[in-house]
Ligand binder design. Structure first.
Ligand code: ADP
Ligand code: MG
Length: 679
């Protein structure tokens, strides 16, 4: 057995299991070693059955003193298997739904161990779907709980970890001895062993620190290397400092806000200097980021270059395209569009236009970073809603040009501390002011049938006044797994009530989606039932109500983004959060939404409410996934790793020294082979 062996070489892992493991990103034995537990359970003691308490997870064991497989469970129509488990102190009922097959493997008199949470069924305690195994093999102690996917069980994961544990010592350290010493880190074998099978708190803490440090070190080395690559370009693409953009700005249908003016100034200073621009525009939804992109693109074309803007969804890309095409046409600028769903012949034509330079501005989805897309002389690349893209996509887009200027835009507000880490390699401009005349959206929570009905009565009145409505649901279709309204269900309900109702969701064909969006923009549709495809960027100023069904299913960042679809015109807009069931977290979120429309405030509150979670997760910001490190929780480790990475790159900028090869390999793996990180 070796680290690079496929996991199929392990006993009990066939092709089917391998497929399941692939979903967890596990291909080799080494990958499995780096699949760390999510959490741990304390199973240090076996609890006497008489001492089991409602709601408290516990390990218990006993003899199977009764098995019944009769009865159908009413609600799901599935078979129920019940067992009575007895020890010296008492008995408890154990229940499995839809698992009559277990009756073949479990027999009266078997001694089994269970782990689960007792709950009350009328007058007696029972445990539903506990983990179980033979009492003689049960392990006590701190038990690791691994991330799973269907087809893999906890027990299997633990068995495999035990099986491969002799290889823990062969995992190479990505850090040199010197770095390990300087940062008081423990050894690699010790770290891996104590994260999978911790014996006590202290050894676990040391182990975790080491692994978190390794991950941050990899991340920071990669980020710094890409930043250094940027600095290597002494000269960027320099645009003419002739003020030609002023006439364009004057001709806009509105005058820029002060914040927009300031950003334009910063952008122009970058564009007309020798250094390539590398700037992030951060502005809340509706703050007018598109105008900045437009002005920058105009500038590029006037200086004789091409410009490209990439957006995360086809709907958004098309909307940008429709708007910009006509604006630019007035100046004789030719705008093209590119997306994955286009016909091959159309695509060819666009590619031709980019190569020969007849298309000066390109708007598109991530189709624009495909290898076959080549520009004649690309001088400016823009990423809209940057948090939807990865670092590598951003760099690929940039590499379409030769020293092109880079502008990325995002509405996802992040606290200062994190911005430094995430965008440490970029200059940041903030649009901290809304265009004038915006009336803050009135937000109200609603729950229960009566309040929901009142919301829709309100919707009715708004439609009569000529306004349009979004209704967002968490699901497309009904689902067994989730008890929530689906777009299809809501659509059926509402189309009976409102004549011009349509539905849009991610499962639809592009042409259908386009047609519906166009209809909504043109005011031909009153009610648009949608899934979160509507979340980013869409701009229809006449829409005044956003109804969010099952609002408890959405995070604060998402709610804020969704609400940003309304309140874009002069009329008062409204957002209704329909909350089902009782969830303290959902109510808290609703309260924050009612109170504030400030994206930064909401982000800070979100952080307080649930920690880094989704919104600050690396994925949201397009950084590579971290396995064990957490940007917020481990901020101190992050800082230490950053200092170390910096020192290391100063001594060995291209990681050429033999002792730095393992780190170099890891960095390349994390950021993708195709990125030339200048290492
Ligand atoms: P976002 O920052 O969310 O991308 P957009 O660029 O889509 O925002 O702008 C939202 C709306 O505000 C658009 O209808 C746009 O035309 C309008 N807008 C942008 N800047 C101004 C301004 N200075 N004054 C008035 N309206 C503006
Ligand atoms: Mg936008």
């Amino acid at each position: 057995m070796e680290l690079q062996d496929k996991i199929t070489t392990l006993k009990g892992v066939g092709p089917k299991k391998a497929e399941a493991f692939a979903r967890l990103g596990v291909d080799t034995v080494e990958d499995l070693i780096f699949t760390f537990p999510r959490i741990y359970e304390n199973r240090k003691q076996i609890v006497p059955i008489a001492d089991l308490r409602e709601g408290e997870d516990a390990l218990f064991e006993g003899e199977v003193s009764l098995i019944t497989t009769g009865g159908f469970y009413r609600k799901r129509g599935s078979r129920v298997l019940k067992m009575l488990i007895t020890d010296d102190t008492g008995s408890i009922e154990v229940v499995f739904f839809n698992a009559a097959y277990l009756a073949k493997t479990i027999h009266m008199g078997d001694r089994l161990a269970f782990y689960g949470k007792p709950s009350f069924n009328r007058d007696h305690l029972q445990v539903i779907h506990p983990e179980f195994e033979k009492a003689e093999t049960v392990q006590t102690g701190i038990l690791p709980i691994y991330p799973l996917t269907s087809g893999i069980t906890q027990r299997e994961m633990r068995r495999l970890q035990k099986l491969i544990s002799p290889l823990y010592g062969e995992v190479e350290s990505i850090l040199s001895d010197e770095t390990v010493k300087r940062n008081n880190l423990c050894g690699m074998e010790y770290a891996i062993k104590n994260v999978h099978f911790p014996e006590e708190r202290q050894s676990y803490n040391e182990a975790k620190y080491r692994l978190v440090f390794d991950e941050f070190m990899t991340l920071e080395t990669g980020l710094m290397a890409s930043k250094m690559r940027e600095d290597d370009y002494e000269k960027g693409t320099r645009f003419e400092d002739d003020g030609c953009e002023n006439a364009f700005i004057e001709a806009l249908p509105y005058s820029l806000t002060n914040a927009q003016r300031r950003c334009v100034k910063e952008i122009m200073a970058d564009l007309t200097s020798e250094r390539p621009m590398n700037r992030l525009i951060q502005g809340d939804v509706g703050s007018g980021k598109t105008a900045l992109a437009q002005i920058a693109m105009y500038k590029a074309v006037r200086s004789g270059y091409q410009a490209v803007m990439m957006a995360p969804t086809e709907i958004l890309a098309r909307q940008h395209y429709e708007g910009l095409k006509s604006d630019f046409a007035a100046y004789g600028i030719n705008t093209g569009f590119l997306s994955g769903s286009m016909k091959a012949s159309e695509k060819r034509q666009v590619l031709q236009g980019l190569e020969d330079g007849t298309i000066q501005v390109l708007i598109g989805t991530h189709a624009v970073i495909q290898p076959e897309v080549e520009f004649r002389n690309l001088g400016l690349v823009i990423t809209d809603e940057q948090h939807r893209f990865g670092v590598s996509q951003r760099i690929k887009l940039k590499d379409k040009g030769d020293r092109a200027n880079v502008l990325v835009m995002t509405a996802t507000p992040i606290p200062r501390t994190l911005a430094v880490v995430l965008y440490g390699d970029m200059d940041v401009s903030v649009i901290d002011e809304m265009p004038p005349g915006r009336v803050p959206v009135i937000t109200k929570r609603a729950s229960g049938a009566a309040e929901r009905e009142r919301c829709y009565e309100f919707v009715e009145r708004q439609i009569r006044e000529g306004h349009q409505i979004y209704v967002v649901t968490p699901l497309i279709d009904e689902s067994e797994a989730m008890d929530a309204r689906s777009a299809k269900q809501v659509y059926e309900e509402l189309s009976k009530r409102f004549r011009r109702t349509e539905m849009i969701h991610g499962g639809m064909k592009q042409a259908e989606k386009d047609e519906i969006m166009a209809g909504f923009s043109a005011g031909e549709i009153d009610v648009l039932v949608a899934t979160v495809v509507i979340e980013v960027g869409i701009n229809v100023p006449n829409a005044t109500v956003m109804v969010i069904e099952n609002a408890e299913r959405f995070g604060l960042a998402q709610l804020h983004q969704l609400r940003g679809r309304v309140g874009r015109g002069k009329a008062q807009s409204y957002c209704f959060l329909i909350i089902e069931g009782q969830s303290e977290l959902a109510e808290k979120r609703g309260e924050i939404m009612e109170k504030s429309s400030d994206g930064f405030y909401i982000a800070e509150e979100d952080l307080k409410l649930r920690g880094p979670g989704e919104i600050f997760g690396t994925r949201q910001h397009g950084l590579p996934d971290m396995r064990i490190a957490d940007m917020v929780k481990h901020m101190n480790v992050l800082n230490a790793a950053r200092d170390e990475a910096k020192a290391l790159l100063e001594e060995d900028p291209h990681l050429l020294r033999p002792e730095n090869q393992p780190l170099k390999r890891r960095v390349t793996k994390l950021f993708g082979e195709d990125l030339s990180l200048n290492l």
